[in-house]
Design a protein around this ligand. Sequence first.
Ligand code: ADP
Length: 621
Amino acid sequence: MGNILDILKFGWPYLRKYRHRLAVAIVLGICFGLFNASFVWGTKTLFERLGGDKSPPVAEKTATGSIGDVQKFLLHTKETADEVVDYWLPPFDKETNSIDNFRRMVGAILFLPMLVMLRGATGYATGYLMGWVSENAIKDLKLDIHKKLQTLSLGYFQHREMGGQTMLFNTGVGAVWRCLYCGFSDLVKEPFALLSIIVALLILDWKLTIVGLVFLPLTIGPVIILGRKIRKQSEIAYEKGEDQDSLIVEVYSNIRLIKAYCLERLQQKRFEKLYQQLARAGIKRWQAKEIVNPAVEFLAMIGFGVLLAYIFWEGRSIPQLIGFMTGMIMLYQPVKKLAGINTYFQEAVVGANMVRDAMKEEPAVKEDSAALELKEFSEEIKFEGLEFSYEKKAVLQNFDFKISKGMKMGVVGESGAGKSTLVSLLLRFYDPTKGRIAIDGTDIRDVSFESLRKQMALVSQEVVIFDQTVSENIACGKLNATREELIDAAKAANAHEFIEGLPEGYDTRLGEQGTRLSGGQRQRIAIARAFVRQAPILVLDEATASLDSKAEAEVQAAIDRLEQGRTVLCVAHRLSTLQKMDKIIVLEQGRVVESGSFEELLGAGGIFSEMAAKQGLKTTD
Ligand code: ADP
């Protein structure tokens, strides 16, 4: 019960929007439940007529008070229904004319199908409406999660496996969806089905009903015990499923390297181990799930056996027995369904908890509620007493620096020196632990993300190409760019020619990660993206590091053009790319250890000239 309330509480904010449809679905679900009772009455009525035997209702004289009133009302309803069908069904005495016979024959043939149709139509409408509501509610939930995830800071994603995100949507939200669609619909329909059948049976023969129902509560035991087991195994399966998703992403996005190093067998072993664990958890879950129904059926049949013995003992008319047996058989259908509901809800609780955990996350880097709009960059970027550490590891220390408008600033240092971290801080992916970064005197923590990032165009080593058309990929730099602007940007980036050569030119879809393009081509698309952005600050983070020398030359020409008239922060490991910088700083373990122009540093005999010598660069004098 707790699980059901928990899921309803979780789902209500999303269901509320569709409450009118939901209300109709519930009403129809109740009707569906109530129509079940009509079968008990229907079969009894039909067989009474066929056998010409009409027995008096047994329960009629039993109850008093308000229960008696309800019973009287139900009996009255039944009698009215009896009167209506009298016209259509075979009579008790069989002495009628031929026209009557024909009509009654049609009535007899169509009587049960009509009942089935009514029940089926309400069942279908409930199912359809519940499906509609749950699909839409889940759509809203997924959008909400995406909205939340996209507000979270870079740190959140760097500490999590990719599989965690896909699992959250596929399995976590999937379980909630199944529960809303199947579980919730059964939760509405089946209790009413159960109740209405029990009431019909009580009216038919209360003594038999009580004997028949004695075993019903016993069926709850296995449902509860097995439900707990299902939940535990679901948790394990979800955890392993997350590992599976991460491994798939890891292996297939790095397939080149795996093939190059012949790591296929090793990866296969990792899959094998994981799938074994997954299969084990899955089997245990199936075991628990599949045993619920047989356990319920077994206990129900014991009840049925006791009932049969009682019937022998007491003696009842055949139509009454057939009606009663129909009811008893139908009774266990909702019982079984309600037992199944528990499974849906147990699984959904695990899924809902995953979603709740993600929704609870707060972005480490928050936008100020009274954030200012940063004006167009006009003077300088200042790093003042900047310190930063990832958890406990100090990455930048005592970092003081100034980049004036129009200046081209290079940052070098060995791998791990903190160069990319500096870029991340400037774009405000992280906040400094101490000190501040100010643009034109305004702390970047006081301005909106959009107005800050709009000032910058980032071109980095890892080029991201979306599975969209070339023009859509370039337009990422400026969403409302015109076709002309996009083409101009591509031309400036030396990309126009090869784009024209693609099968559909600018409308060619690039496929995930732009697998159709070479490294240099992808980088030139990224540069076109930066061009179209028309941002005053250009941030280059090892932009040419992964290219061969021919591609580098092409890309470098485009970058040179892009740098014109912009303020540039260029992070590079390869020193030759920094020759045109006005100033270069050398980072070592997060500290500035040298600074000066390319030539000055080359002749200074410090870390820079050491690095230059290693890379085969010589002083020009
Ligand atoms: P560079 O760009 O100069 O190679 P980085 O700025 O990437 O250096 O990294 C500086 C240091 O911070 C390295 O020692 C690196 O291991 C560490 N580091 C980088 N990113 C993270 C992170 N997300 N969490 C923890 N440590 C990190």
